[in-house]
Design a protein around this ligand. Sequence first.
Ligand SMILES: [Ca+2]
Ligand SMILES: [Ca+2]
Ligand SMILES: [Ca+2]
Length: 163
Amino acid sequence: MPIAPARFLPDARPDAGVLVCPIGYAPINGSATQYRIVEVNVTWAFAAADCNDDDDLGSAVSGRTHLVVVGDDAEKIALTNQFSGNTWVGLSDAEVEGTFQWVTNEPTNGYPVVGQQPPWDTGDPDGGTDENCVRFKNSFDFEDKRCTDTNSYVCECDRFAPR
Ligand SMILES: [Ca+2]
Ligand SMILES: [Ca+2]
Ligand SMILES: [Ca+2]
């Protein structure tokens, strides 16, 4: 069979498998998901809004930034090795007291399980309806706090859009 003559091929489409994140985000230890650590003390709602709007300037990356969702102990350890100090994460039980939900639809198999210490700090969550937002306490374990408290925060860029 004769070899077909060379011809121009159409440009390849952008690789849909490549995750494009806004400037300021970076992997941790080669992670697929990228993070932005913000060492400014703000309320939980302010932190969540600031993360969510990071990708609003370009449609190619929209819906991919949010207050960090910590899916398991491995991600928790990778993150808490990067900073110290109280740091908001994207977890709250504001909608239903005692039912903690991440800010995305990302499946985490119920992590962190209420009553399991660690990853929860000793005695936490203990705030009832007064404390509906979750942070890393001095960087290590999860603790529920008043959402109006102010802490540093971590944003994440991945394939999971905020709820
Ligand atoms: Ca994550
Ligand atoms: Ca609560
Ligand atoms: Ca608490």
